[in-house]
Ligand binder design. Structure first.
Ligand SMILES: C[S@@+](CC[C@H](N)C(=O)[O-])C[C@H]1O[C@@H](n2cnc3c(N)ncnc32)[C@H](O)[C@@H]1O
Length: 259
């Protein structure tokens, strides 16, 4: 049975959906998503259905014509956002230098405007990110930013500081899987934990909450869901980079990543 929840989006089951003729298989199981080959007609989305529903609820296509995305993997979320929202400009950055053939083929036939891929770019490279935005956005603001890349505190913070000022007032910044340090799974909690020596991404979420609590004209609203965070841009002009440490009051105390 097919269920429509959004223009052009059809759920075929809880882990298979179609948008505009492109099929997406959902899995968060590494034994599935690492081996499944992507093609330009069928991608793997490393997400659960509730994450996709959460995203779709927040993304009215009529409000989104420019997207910046970090973390492509096999191109699943990029193809999904592109097919769903049909943006005029969609810029997507990935650390791995090897192009994703399925995504390149998808981009060549995409019904939307430009879908530009930038491989071999580290999300912590502020100069590279600023250069991509400068060259390919021209003077247009961004409507949506999605970070599903390293999930590491410093790298994710760096991307936020350099790209958030480019969002329009009311534009959305989404950080996925912020909660890896709190996931109830052996990989994250036991035998040392996969990133036991790295600061949790939670530290960044705490800083963003402090900015929201200090200055609504910078961060108008923040919503923290189990795996996803949505930050809505306020209406004042922000410097680039927007250094978070200067953007919240904390009785003169400096925040250090403590988790
Ligand atoms: C979770 S996967 C992205 C999954 C994809 N958004 C989806 O749902 O289909 C994370 C991706 O981020 C990339 N990545 C990791 N560290 C990065 C960094 N520092 N800069 C840019 N990309 C990075 C990884 O190579 C990987 O392809």
């Amino acid at each position: 049975m097919s269920i429509d929840t959004h223009a052009g989006l059809h759920w075929l089951s809880d882990d298979v959906l179609e948008v505009g003729g492109t099929r997406f298989l959902l899995s968060v199981d590494p034994e599935v998503y690492t081996v499944h080959p992507a093609t330009s007609r069928e991608f793997m989305l490393v997400k659960r259905k509730e994450m996709v529903d959460w995203l779709v609820d927040r993304l009215p296509p009529e409000e989104i014509s420019t997207i910046f995305e970090v973390g492509l993997y096999k191109g699943g979320s990029t193809a999904f956002l592109n097919a769903l929202l049909r943006p005029e400009i969609h810029l997507a950055v990935e650390l791995e230098a090897e192009p994703v053939t399925a995504l390149d083929e998808f981009a060549a036939t995409a019904a939307s405007g430009q879908l530009k891929r930038f491989y071999g770019v580290d999300q912590a490279d502020e100069i590279a990110l600023a250069g991509i935005l400068e060259e390919h956005l021209e003077d247009r603001p961004l409507d949506l930013i999605v970070d599903d890349a390293s999930h590491l505190y410093r790298e994710t913070r760096s991307t936020f500081e350099v790209t958030f000022p480019r969002l329009r007032p009311g534009g959305r910044y989404i950080i996925e899987d912020w909660n890896w340090a709190h996931m109830d799974e052996d990989l994250w909690q036991y035998a040392g934990g996969y990133w036991a020596d790295r600061p949790a991404l939670t530290n960044l979420i705490v800083e963003l909450v402090m900015v929201a609590g200090t200055d609504r004209s910078a961060i108008a609203e923040i919503t923290v869901d189990r795996d996803m965070v949505e930050v809505v841009r306020g209406d004042r002009s922000l410097p680039t980079p927007f250094r978070l440490a200067t953007a919240y009051l904390n009785r003169g105390l400096r925040f250090r990543p403590i988790l």
